[in-house]
Design a protein around this ligand. Structure first.
Ligand SMILES: [Fe+2]
Ligand SMILES: [Fe+2]
Ligand SMILES: [Fe+2]
Ligand SMILES: [Fe+2]
Length: 408
């Protein structure tokens, strides 16, 4: 059984765009616009499909380390160069995706300028072509908001690009951009057309479900989500690792384990749309704030709708706040509508949330965490057998983190 990595990466890019919008004011579909421009420029520069696949993935995920870097700054760490940090972390994160093509430096150097005034002082010709293409597309979209540039303004935009050659843009990247950025392309980048355009330009990439690269991508997603808030720094990562562990306990085959791991990694994807002021509010949320907080699950559901073939994983991911007695959210499903993996996801999410430090409660050890889960069993809210199994399997970790999995 295979999964469409390109579709999964596009969903992650949509979620990243939302964060980039909240934190930096970037536009919706920013990542997809850059990927489309890169694909077309890459083709013009003679790249093959594998090369374009690597390039568009890096373009979609160019700011994947944004939450990681911002959290590091917020926690008081001083960095020599903030710009360098998100480039380094971002490159490191995509290196784990095992491309068939060389993507070294593509994200690392995505803020370099032709005159050497970028974060690494690299000049034209000193960085790989992929980095130059991402850099020019990123810079042009951020400064010009390509989704709303009127056709009449295109000549001025093209002239501005030509004038910046040797300063901001390298000659070969500018040549490629001027070749592709014509009327038809500009129209294809508008908000109402971009999803369709992305389908045409971004190469299809299917991967077997038992491939390590899916676990690596899932781990990349958990880092993006978890680093949004100080209080959730290992939340999704630990839920995914614990689900993997339980999959082993229940004798799941490798592809079943990957599917539940992926569902766990994606379960709080919608939290990227929840404002930080709510995620980190010290004290109880008021009714409106609670409604916004609860909406993260519906957002997870909505974001994952973009990926066909992911329906089961989407259901497990989106059922993590449902309860057997129908008091959960967002759907208020009852026991007979919640399959085993949905119940497992819910129990592990509660285990993790209750054991972690939060603005409104301290860390809890395994014993105290289990007490809360057993109370919920008594109320008929969670699955009794799964709770007992969690007690058995997780006790030996004595409050240590469960390690990340790998496929042999
Ligand atoms: Fe960046
Ligand atoms: Fe960007
Ligand atoms: Fe959640
Ligand atoms: Fe969660």
């Amino acid at each position: 059984m295979t999964i469409r990595m390109d579709k999964l990466i596009k969903v992650i890019a949509t979620a990243l765009d939302i964060v980039e919008g909240e934190l930096l004011g970037a536009s919706t579909y920013h990542g997809k616009r850059i990927a489309v421009l890169c694909a077309d420029m890459g083709r013009y520069m003679g790249m093959d499909t594998e090369g374009i696949c690597g390039l568009t993935t890096c373009a979609l995920l160019h700011d994947n380390a944004l939450t990681e870097y911002i959290l590091s700054e917020r926690s008081g760490k001083k960095h020599d160069s903030a710009m360098q940090l998100h480039c380094e972390l971002g490159q490191h994160n995509v290196d784990s995706l095992n491309f068939q093509t060389d993507i070294r430096g593509f994200i690392l150097y995505h803020h370099e300028r032709a005159d050497g005034s970028g974060p690494y002082s690299k000049r034209a010709g000193e960085v790989p072509l992929g980095a130059e293409l991402i850099a020019i597309a990123d810079s042009i979209d951020v400064t010009n908001h390509l989704q709303r540039v009127p056709i009449a303004a295109l000549p001025n935009l093209r002239e501005a690009i030509s004038k910046s050659i040797g300063e901001t843009y390298t000659p070969r990247a500018a040549e490629a951009m001027l070749h592709v950025l014509e009327e038809k392309m500009l129209l294809s980048l508008q908000d109402d057309r971009i999803l369709e355009t992305a389908e045409q330009f971004i190469p299809l990439w299917s991967v077997d479900l038992a491939d390590q690269v899916i676990l690596n991508l899932a781990q990349l997603v958990t880092r993006i989500i978890d680093y949004k808030s100080t209080f959730t720094q290992c939340h999704s990562t630990q839920i995914a690792n614990k689900v993997w562990l339980m999959g082993g306990y229940y004798g799941y085959d490798p592809s079943q384990r990957v599917q539940v791991f992926l569902a766990a990694a994606l379960h709080d994807l919608g939290k990227l749309t929840t404002p930080l002021s709510i995620l980190e509010k010290p004290g109880a949320l008021d009714a409106d704030e609670f409604r916004i907080m609860k909406n993260h699950v519906a957002k997870t559901w909505e974001l994952l709708k973009e990926v066909d073939g992911l329906e089961t994983i989407r259901a497990w991911a989106s059922n993590h706040h449902e309860k057997l007695d129908g008091t959960g959210y967002p759907f208020g499903k009852k026991a007979d509508e919640l399959d085993f993996n949905s119940r497992l996801m819910a129990c592990i999410d509660i285990y993790q949330a209750v054991s972690e430090e939060r603005p409104y409660h301290p860390r809890r050890n395994h014993k105290d965490t289990m007490k809360i889960l057993y109370t919920m069993v008594d109320k008929g809210q969670v699955d009794k057998n799964i709770v007992r199994d969690l007690d058995t399997v997780l006790a030996c970790f004595s409050d240590q983190n469960v390690p990340a999995p790998s496929i042999d």
